[in-house]
Design a protein around this ligand. Structure first.
Ligand SMILES: [Zn+2]
Length: 153
């Protein structure tokens, strides 16, 4: 049972991030080259098509980088890449634990101690009883007939 995100997945997350940064730079090239070419007047230089190819590759890198980051963060099963519920539960475990931790923090803040709710001091359960009109026997509030004499309540 993995209790934390493995180093391989952290590494893959970093690679995905780098791919996205490179992709972002490539994607931005036409927005720099385009206006520059227009200003300098040499639009036919072939710089613009090349810039758009770079942007296309950059877009691919952004998508691929995002995909790698998602898989790295959640694991191959957790991200839905591998259909294995058991593995997915394991891969997502650090994330669900993080969620559970946040819930616990919220409860701590609200001054609720879960340990006292489970056992120890049992609060006596309050039951409202009603008296039978015929015989005076105490019956539970929701009973339709008297337990003692059987008359309708
Ligand atoms: Zn009765």
């Amino acid at each position: 049972m993995t209790r934390k995100i493995s180093d391989e997945r952290k590494g893959a997350y970093g690679i995905g991030l780098v791919l996205q940064i490179i992709g972002g730079c490539l994607f931005g090239i036409p927005f720099i080259v385009g206006p520059l070419s227009v200003m300098s007047g040499n639009i036919d230089s072939g710089a613009i098509p090349a810039a758009f190819i770079a942007a296309f590759i950059g877009f691919g890198l952004i998508v691929a980088g995002g995909f790698i980051r998602n898989v790295a963060a959640k694991g191959s099963a957790g991200s839905g890449l591998v259909l294995d519920p058991e593995k997915a539960r394991e891969d997502l475990e650090p994330w669900s634990r993080m969620g559970g931790g946040m819930v616990k923090d919220a409860l701590d803040e609200a001054d609720i101690n879960l340990n006292n709710l489970g056992g120890g001091h049992s609060v006596p359960q309050q039951v409202i009883m009603i008296k039978c009109r015929e015989c005076g026997k105490l019956n539970e509030e929701d009973s339709k007939f008297c337990q003692e004499c059987g008359k309708p309540m």
